[in-house]
Design a protein around this ligand. Structure first.
Ligand SMILES: [Zn+2]
Length: 267
């Protein structure tokens, strides 16, 4: 049975001086939302959405999960231009879905700036992390703070349609399949209409996106930051609401970062 809670699990607290997860400076923390508030449709924000966060506990929350892990400046930089681009892309997909009674079998084309969207997603991961202390975190910080840099080596981004009202944020877990190498997933974030996954692609391992029939977003990333790219979205590449948590043959293990560092705070 899932446990229901009415409080949000957040890191940090309001007005606290702490180390910013993006610039590492000791500053006053500001409130950051994961998923970015701009990605969630206005009239859905006040709905009682379900959040699955840090394991299988269930929260009935409004307005998303918030964190006090970023300074005001970094929070602002993430919001515009990065989250703004993710929000625009999400909105285009949403409008398309809303205009159809049934999802078609052909693909839709959308224009967006993938380099900005990738930074928004990595930013959400850092925002939802407790403390950014090791090298992998500094690579990710550098990716956001240096517009010319590329996504760190093994990191990949995939996405699929999430045609449900539920919002879900899950950092740090392993997907384990019988006779296959476990996959480290850094971050998964779902809201209507998209689900995103940041994972490690180990060399020699089968392609994750192909294996699970999801969209490969990494292929659109480029050294040219503001490049506008046309992206094909296949409505048929749909997963059920709780994938990969409830799947045949996939076991989920929660990582250290999520299980050790969760703090219960006030909404
Ligand atoms: Zn900062």
């Amino acid at each position: 049975m899932m446990q229901k809670k009415s409080k949000a699990q957040v890191f940090g607290s309001k007005g606290e001086d702490s180390k910013c997860n993006l610039c590492n400076k000791p500053l006053r923390m500001s409130q950051a939302h994961v998923p970015p508030q701009s990605c969630i449709e206005q009239d859905r924000r006040k709905r009682n959405v379900q959040h699955y966060f840090f394991g299988q506990q269930k929260y009935q929350l409004q307005n998303g999960i918030h964190f006090y892990t970023l300074c005001q400046k970094c929070n602002g930089v993430l919001g515009d231009p990065y989250d703004k681009e993710l929000a625009a892309f999400s909105k285009s997909v949403r409008s398309k879905i809303d205009s159809f009674k049934y999802l078609p079998h052909y693909s839709w084309g959308f224009e967006c700036k993938p380099n900005l969207i990738a930074r928004s997603l990595v930013g959400s991961f850092l925002t939802a992390s407790r403390g950014c202390v090791n090298d992998s975190h500094s690579d990710l910080q550098n990716f956001i703070n240096n517009p010319k840099s590329m996504l760190p080596n093994q990191l990949r981004i995939g996405f699929w349609l999430h045609c449900y009202d539920s919002v879900m944020v899950q950092p740090d877990f392993m997907m384990v399949e019988p006779e296959k190498t476990p996959r480290r997933v850094l971050f998964m974030m779902k809201y209507f209409p998209l689900a995103w996954i940041l994972y490690d692609q180990e060399e020699g391992a089968p392609d994750f996106c192909q294996q699970y029939n999801i969209h490969d977003f990494t292929q659109y990333l480029d050294a040219e930051t503001d490049k506008l790219v046309s992206i094909s979205v296949y409505p048929t590449k749909e997963k059920h609401e709780f994938w990969p948590w409830v799947s045949d043959n996939i076991a989920i293990m929660i990582g250290q970062n999520a299980s050790d560092n969760a703090i219960l705070g006030d909404v």
